[in-house]
Design a protein around this ligand. Sequence first.
Ligand SMILES: *Cc1c(COP(=O)(O)O)cnc(C)c1O
Length: 360
Amino acid sequence: MNSTDNCMKRWIRPEIRALHAYPVPDASGMIKLDAMENPYRWPAPMREEWQQLLGATDVNRYPDPTAKALSLRLKQTLEVPDGMDIVLGNGSDEIIQMLAMAVAAPGRAIMAPEPGFVMYKMIAKFVAMDYIGVPLKQDFSLDMPAMLAAIEAQQPALIFLAYPNNPTGNLFSEQQVKAIIEAAEGLVIVDEAYHAFADHSFMGELGNYPNLLVMRTLSKLGLAGLRLGLLAGSPTWLAEVDKVRLPYNINVLTQVSADFALQHAEVFAKQTAAIRADRTLLLAALKEMPSLEVFPSAANFILFRVPEGQGSDIFDKLKQSGILIKNLTPQGGLLQDCLRVTVGTPEENQAFIKALTTLL
Ligand SMILES: *Cc1c(COP(=O)(O)O)cnc(C)c1O
């Protein structure tokens, strides 16, 4: 063992050394249905107008640290209730990190149902907090007795509830989410990353609970490349979260581009309506395959289970035929033999269905 290695082991915390960096597979040349991206580009005139705007943007200056213009536009477009504030993040991943940094202390915990979004657990590790993963029930609904018992026993500082949940795609019961918010002494963050594809939101509930915050992102809507997420809630909470935000976390190109994109909200409304309609078709096509178990989805992806023991094999063969989806089998537990496909264009969805049919 060389001395760099020894030195590293002395200083990098064991829980960090035990982590694997978030894996992002190479998708060049593939039909990419793994990451819940919107498959559609912008209409040509809109792209041209945007390019002109970017051409007139100065990059020699630091961006507006509070992104005033963009924040105002977001509050209007996302219908943030009066009296509530927002904080912006470099993707909602950064917001999870800011929340964790603001509350982290020895012995404090982050809690989330599992299977769920992996960054809650990763970020708990980053900031040396405990993590409590409470298993969902077999049908991916919340296990309320287990959730309430864990809250009472451990009083987590933060509870994340993805609504709809990733990777399962379902919306939890609104009444149960409210019961969790009421039972928790810590903050409950309803993560609405897939809001554009669901019919329910907790945004309107912000004023009703002192410990509720709502997180959104523009990634799944169609702006994943810009990295912009936001946290909405009471100014009392957000002023504290804002203190751990790095001063220029939203770069000037993102500020200009997101503000421009939101002025064309109708383009995204049209795209997401098409994705929702295609989700219905994709669900129906998957349900026609008798060997699959297909789970309901309020998001822009669908989770399904293939026959026992075949998850990784089917995933690999799809990949060999040029179609990249997400293999959840390695996560085990309730996700054994489960695969997740993002709703793509009609052509992409058909290619996926065709390839899958030949493998079953
Ligand atoms: C994708 C996703 C996010 C993160 O999105 P960003 O691209 O970092 O804004 C957050 N929560 C859930 C549940 C997600 O699926």
